[in-house]
Design a protein around this ligand. Sequence first.
Ligand code: GLN
Length: 538
Amino acid sequence: MEKTKYIFVTGGVTSSLGKGIISASLARLLQGRGYSVTIQKLDPYINVDPGTMNPYEHGECYVTDDGAETDLDLGHYERFLNVHTSQANNVTTGRIYQYVIDQERQGAFLGKTVQVIPHITDEIKRRIKLLGETGEFQIIITEIGGTVGDIESLPYIEAMRQLRWELGADETLVIHLTLVPYLAAAGELKTKPTQHSVKLLLESGVQPDILVARTEHTLGDDVRRKIALFCNVNLNAVVESIDVETIYDVPLKMLREKLDRLCLAKLHLPLKNEPDMESWKDFLFRLKNPKHEINIALVGKYVELPDAYKSIIESFIHAGAERETKVQLHNISSETITPENVASKLGNIDGMLVAPGFGDRGIEGKIDAIKFVRENNIPFFGICLGMQCAVIEYARNVLGWKDAHSTEMNSKTKHPVIDFMESQKKVTRKGGTMRLGAYACDLTKGSKANLAYGKQHISERHRHRFEFNNKFTDDFKNAGMSFSGTNPETGLVEIIEIEKHPYFVGVQFHPELKSTVANPHPLFVKFVKAALERKLVK
Ligand code: GLN
């Protein structure tokens, strides 16, 4: 295979400009032209991975098949590209330092002073090139987290500069994403922040090739020319990224701005065919022209922060488009739910999803909410902690074990229906020690899960410590709960259902991590269908 080419994406002026979406959109276009592409995110924080961070700090923690706990941008990459990412696709400063310090302790640098340059930058370069060396990809898009000018980003910018020097300008490309703010009082778009941010990059020895300007208003020719002239790029290399209705519009917007053509020309790669975006356009059409609308309650404890449940929200977008249904999500903080107000909060919904989570806060509200939808035949979908709460609710209110609980919340309960896995009992370290990544699951023939997937053997991603306690299996079965998905090696329960209920499914894994534009997740599609059916008969 020919040499792998590298595209770097940096950001300037402010954070949250959407580097991840631009990277994923570009990757999708290049993929549509027949290139094998992957994306890598370099995160400048010192945590080894985001697994130990509160979702309020960092949004959702995304998990890959190989069990890496990663930045949520990897979710965008998978959703846009429909390919799996891995540990190699997300690297943090913590991981880089951990590796280098480990090497130092082993004597790898005996006699030498270990320094940011060259040791840290060398390790960054090695991580960037690792994906290229697999031989699987023609193009690697490496997104550098943070904002140019941050102290913690400097080693990454320096590593990028060195790689450009080593590999040559034809093999690498730098896209710099900036903000072009609109000053209402002056009635003008302002280019100065962009000029400054490019200057900052130049101070580190990097001249960007392409500027993607985030803006709320169309960039006129004069603004484009000004940016090109003062930032030293070609006029056609100033790309407008205007606010759009949905992130899924961005690839088509970038196609119109010719971002993919520009990159291929600079990398001396052939354009091949025009990107095949037919299925993408079809998805967008269904997304924007729904025939139905349903109201779904999203019950969790991080509901104020949309990024905390990013993959769940996106999965509903995919499944809704698939069923031509607008899914109106109503975020309900589980802490606010009580037995007294549950009917008024949930009375008008068509379905309820109880979200994943950790710890005691808001648990009783989730259990009250589940009791309500179970008794009122409202479609229910529980994910991870959401499934565990459904088990606890059933134990308390159907089996009559009032003290039933998960040992995560109550280690003394006589009915530990959710308990530590044996293998977790000795674990004391928190980072990377949960049941993580892809595990196989066998489905019971004829179950709702089996009908949804249309097959009997599946694989789904996990991120949890606690499990259904198989000691109680028979009690639950006799009381009408079925276990329609189990792990073939360990017998651990992966899916619960209540057969008599129109739609009551809880999963121990995280289906939301595998929903993509090309492949909406079957359990989300089925849940949307169940909610729609309920609405239509209401
Ligand atoms: N806290 C639960 C556990 O560790 C559920 C985790 C989750 O919802 N991801 O098992």
